[in-house]
Design a protein. Structure first.
Length: 306
C-alpha cells in the first residue's frame, strides 16, 4: 500500500513521478496501520501484483461522523476471481498462430514482498505450485511469443481463490489467454474430446446467437491438422463465414478455428469420403469468458444441402 499527500500531488508538475509519503505491506489478513499523518486529504492505494484500487481519505480533528478504517479491494479484477481446486494447470495462447514459447508464472499472497513461488513453463505452458492453504492468491503471468510486439505480449495478473472442496471450482487453471487494452482475457474451454464423423468439406463459422447483428464471422482463421499434428490446410473464412477444406484428405484430423476476441475451438474429426450433400460443419464462436458454458463449439448442420 502507498499513501500520497493530495497537496503534493496538486503541486506536482505534469509528467513528473508521484512519490508516496508512506509505503506499507499488509499482514497476511490484509491489514496495515497508518500513523502520524497531519490533517489533510490523502490518496491511499494498493500497489504491486494483483493491482487493487484507491480511495481518498481525509484526516481531521473536526467533530462529526468519522471512521478510522479505510477499505481497499485486493486483488482487482474486471473478470472477478477464478475459483480452483489446485494451483496448477496449463496456460496456452488463445491464438494458435502465436503460441507461447514460455510463460513465467509467479504466485503471490497478501502481505508478502516477494512471490511465494515461481515457475517457467516452457512451450507446453504447464505449471504447478505446491501451496495448499485455501485463500485468495494472485497469479502473475508473463508470456513470451515470437513475432509479437512487446506491448502485445500476454502479461498481467489473475485473481484466484484456492478452494479444494468447492463443488463449483475448476479442477485446475487450464486456461486460454489473450491480451486486450483492459488486461488479460481468459477462457477455461478445452479441446473437445469427442469426434465428429463427416463427409462434408464445407465449414460455416458464425457468432453465438445474440452476439452480433450479422451472424457470419469473416476472416476467421482455420487450420486442419492430420493425426500427427502436421498442417494439411490453412485459410480464412470469406465475408459469409464460409471456408472449404481439401476434399482429397480422408481420415482422422483436428480442426482449429480462431478469431480475435473469440474463444478458439479445436475439434477432432473423422473425415469420410466427400459427399456434396452432407451437412455442413457449423462452428459457433463466442467471446472469451471464464466459464466453460461459453465455449465455442463445432456441430453438424441439422439438415443436409438439398
Amino acid at each position: 500500500m502507498e499513501v500520497y499527500d493530495e497537496a503534493e500531488l496538486a503541486r506536482s508538475e505534469a509528467g513528473s513521478e508521484w512519490k508516496p509519503i508512506l509505503q506499507m505491506i499488509t499482514s497476511r489478513d490484509g491489514a496495515a496501520e497508518i500513523k502520524n499523518l497531519r490533517s489533510g486529504r490523502y490518496l491511499v492505494e494498493t500497489r504491486g501484483p494483483g493491482g487493487g484500487n484507491a480511495v481518498y481519505a481525509e484526516i481531521s480533528d473536526k467533530p462529526g461522523k468519522v471512521s478510522n478504517q479505510v477499505s481497499l479491494e485486493w486483488p482487482f479484477s474486471l473478470r472477478g476471481t477464478l475459483k480452483t481446486k489446485s494451483l496448477s494447470g496449463e496456460l496456452v495462447s488463445n491464438n494458435p498462430w502465436t503460441p507461447f514459447q514460455s510463460v513465467k508464472v509467479q504466485l503471490w499472497s497478501a502481505g508478502l514482498g516477494a512471490p511465494l513461488a515461481s515457475d517457467d513453463t516452457g512451450p507446453q505452458g504447464r505449471f504447478r505450485f505446491n501451496e495448499t492453504r485455501p485463500g485468495i492468491y494472485v497469479v502473475s503471468i508473463q508470456g513470451r511469443q515470437d513475432h509479437v510486439y512487446p506491448e502485445n505480449q500476454i502479461e498481467g495478473y489473475l485473481s484466484v481463490e484456492l478452494s479444494p472442496s468447492a463443488p463449483d471450482a475448476l479442477a485446475s487453471l487450464s486456461l486460454r489467454l489473450a491480451m486486450t487494452s483492459c488486461g488479460i482475457e481468459y477462457s477455461s474451454c478445452s479441446a473437445a474430446d469427442t469426434t465428429i464423423a463427416t463427409s462434408s468439406r464445407h465449414i460455416k463459422v458464425i457468432y453465438e446467437p445474440g452476439m452480433s447483428e450479422f451472424p457470419a464471422v469473416e476472416n476467421a482463421k482455420y487450420k486442419l491438422l492430420d493425426d500427427g499434428g502436421a498442417s494439411i490446410a490453412e485459410g480464412t473464412t470469406d465475408r459469409n463465414g464460409i471456408a472449404e477444406v481439401p476434399s482429397e484428405f480422408v481420415g482422422k484430423a483436428t480442426l482449429v478455428v480462431a478469431s480475435s476476441g473469440l474463444t478458439t475451438v479445436q475439434q477432432l474429426l473423422e473425415l469420410l469420403r466427400p459427399n456434396e450433400g452432407a451437412p455442413d460443419l457449423v462452428v459457433t464462436m463466442t467471446t472469451m469468458v471464464g466459464s466453460a458454458s461459453g465455449c465455442s463449439a463445432v456441430t453438424l448442420e441439422k439438415h443436409a444441402t438439398p
